[in-house]
Design a protein around this ligand. Sequence first.
Ligand code: F6R
Length: 616
Amino acid sequence: MCGIIGYLGYRDAYPIIINGLKKLEYRGYDSSGIALFYKDGYSLCKTKGRVNELEKKIYSNNIKISGTIGIGHTRWATHGVPNDLNAHPHVSNSNKLIMIHNGIIENYHAIKIVLLKNGFTFKSKTDTEVFINFIEYIKKENKSSLEEAVRISLNEIIGAYSIVVIDKSHPETIIIAKLGSPLALGINDKEFFIASDTIPFVNYTKNVIYLKDGEMAILRKGKELDLRKIINNHKLNPIIKKLKINLKQIEKGEYKYFMLKEIHEQPKTILDTLRGRLLIPKGIICIDGIESNKNIFINAKSITIVACGTSWHASLIGEYLLEELASIPVEVEYASEFRYRNPIINKKNIIIVISQSGETADTLAALKLAKKKGAFVFGICNVVGSSIARNVDAGAYTHAGPEIGVASTKSFTAQITILILLALKIGKYRSSINDNRYKCLCQELGLISEKVYHTLKKDDSIKKISKVYHNVNNFLYLGRGINFPVALEGALKLKEISYIHAEGYPAAEIKHGPIALIDENMPVVIIATKKGCYNKIIGNIQEIKARKGKIIAIVNEGDIQVSTLADHVIKIPNSSEELSPLITVIPLQLLAYQIAYIRGENVDQPRNLAKSVTVE
Ligand code: F6R
């Protein structure tokens, strides 16, 4: 939620900031702004709308774009509607201090009252404008330096933030700080890059420092980084990591949208997730985080999986897999609910948290709650070095590479791949899976990416189906067993990028209500693969046909029964039931993409959404 970027060095700051903002738009895109600092002044431009609107405004208003110091922000509104005034950067009352901010200040109202009493005025409705004026107030009251004023005010602030603060009369010093929202610092000799993630600066430097919660840094032009603990000002030694991203991973290439590129990357990303972990000839699965905690998994009485959105759907698939293959009772919880309950967990419990971004505020809070109660927390994250990845007791990265489309696709299949490995590995430890089944599933898993590749070739027939249904108002998605969460995921994909109302249900459940919705205008996508409850699903299809519903069926190659009943069929390769979600979800992702594309929607940046939900 919100992308922030800054540069301090010797290069032209404008292209770094503006191009960086475009790469951060997945974090929010309802307004944007930029401030550039040059020898005898500074320029500021902000606007409602996306970064290309900002660019247009900069050119049409002849805004000066020189200077080697700059900051930029792309917003996902929390406090105050998206408009020019609420856009960042925000400037203090004295017109001296400037701030960009990602996060939420929970006690901003109380602080605003104090500031109002002290004569401060506000142009925007944002918590950020309160924040920067609070720093100004503290600076004046305590007669302190800017860095000290920032530090003191951060100790008073309740909430989450990653911030960049500049005094426009001394722009060669920038102060950054972090609590709860991500902040990466790229460094080279004589230059600093600040951003919400590393993507905006990966082509300038591979040296990165991920600020930890409760840390602030003072960046001075041409000088060494000064890293401090916010609470007591203690000096810290920065830990520099080497980035491994390559540029191709963050470019669209031949694809119109990142989402389509990421859908088509899945044969490769699944292999990347398996690489070094599945050694087929020996039938060995290596996952460090499990091996080094073997006894915890062997003795586990139950597992709770906690996540949000698409990651929550992957968790439901994990529930099926772990119960089926590892014989452990599993519960799946929405992180946003779990964190506000009093979950009955202690040090005998295993909590698995799943998050693509590793920054989802609710999942992070759930993780912290679980740790506080003494549970062992295992994380499945995609973004290396993310807050969740850093806070778990052990974990496994999905290695799907940067996911830029706001709607998750490749991270979903990567999460399922890890969950299959996990269930097999724990099943083997607990002797709950026989050798033959274990071996067969390992072998099949080694070949699954071929089957995913084959399924992607169905895109043309899915385009035809999309042309028939792109104008409907509602869709139903049905599945059973392990494919019920896939139905949920298909419905989520469609609604988030095409704005068509869609619901996922266990197929047998429609009799208990949703069947009332079915008529000749209702398309029903139904996962009817040969394994699982095939015959029961045929019964469900008959019920829908009897009410004139339109059936789009996902069936296995060679299927006859469902194919003769359905209005449209998408044929996919056969697989065992445990691995089937890796294949069945592909046509659903493509269907959502094609429908949104035909409707002319901005597939990568759907309205009201942001890639990484770092606010509650
Ligand atoms: C849907 C989607 C979201 C995320 C959810 C959790 O396409 O992307 O529902 O899955 O916000 O995000 P992570 O996995 O980053 O915790």
